[in-house]
Design a protein around this ligand. Structure first.
Ligand SMILES: Nc1ncnc2c1ncn2[C@@H]1O[C@H](COP(=O)(O)OP(=O)(O)OP(=O)(O)O)[C@@H](O)[C@H]1O
Ligand SMILES: [Mg+2]
Length: 185
């Protein structure tokens, strides 16, 4: 089964294909709530209500008459298998918000996987797109914004080889840190 981070990569790829200029990735892991919530928001070309409904449902009749990919249906299936769900909120010309909820206590819940690798690769591989990454573990937040990172980097382009490694380490160490803090109350 696919790691959650690979599902996230799939959904980000959809946003890139939809010509998004700003993509916001939010992950909220909460043990007490038995919930992992993943939200990908973009300002891409969006989908009509009818189309958005047809892409979430793998059993929709339109799927037999035209080619539709598997990225969204697979994510939906894996989320629902754990007792979670997937929702799409999209508007033509405005953008799309995809939210997937997983129940981590369920034996079928995939691991998060290499999220630091996925985020840093995506960010450094798409220098002209801006990304916001919010990751909460049990109420403790790590966040970054590529607009700020580009400012700090100055002359060094964000797709420079050294930046990928730096970003990955930055994300990894911060996630380890917020994971070790635990709940505030
Ligand atoms: N963020 C988005 N903005 C606009 N359209 C989208 C977005 N995400 C998905 N879509 C539309 O929904 C379709 C289905 O997406 P899905 O990820 O399920 O399959 P795919 O991307 O076509 O193929 P695959 O993911 O299997 O490579 C896409 O082809 C695209 O037309
Ligand atoms: Mg896709």
């Amino acid at each position: 089964m696919k790691d959650l981070s690979l599902h996230i990569l799939d959904i980000i790829q959809n946003s890139l294909a939809a010509n998004a200029k700003l993509i916001e990735i939010s992950i909220d892991e909460n043990e007490r709530k038995d919930l992992i919530e993943i939200t990908i928001k973009d300002d891409g070309k969006g989908m009509s209500k009818e189309f958005a409904e047809s892409v979430t449902d793998p059993f929709t009749t339109t799927r037999t008459t035209r080619k539709v990919g598997l990225g969204i249906p697979l994510l939906k299936q894996n989320a629902e298998r754990t007792g979670g769900c997937l929702t799409i909120d999209s508007q033509l010309g405005q953008g799309t918000i995809i939210t997937a909820a997983f129940k981590p206590s369920n034996i079928d819940c995939p691991v998060l996987g290499d999220i630091a690798g996925v985020i840093s690769l995506t960010v450094s591989g798409n220098p002209s797109i801006d990304f916001v990454y919010n990751h909460k573990i049990n109420d403790n937040l790590f966040t970054f914004n590529t607009k700020e990172i580009k400012e700090v980097l100055g002359e060094i382009p964000i797709n420079d080889n050294s930046v990928y490694k730096l970003l990955k380490e930055l994300i990894q160490s911060n996630l380890e840190e917020i994971e070790s803090i635990g709940y505030k109350t």
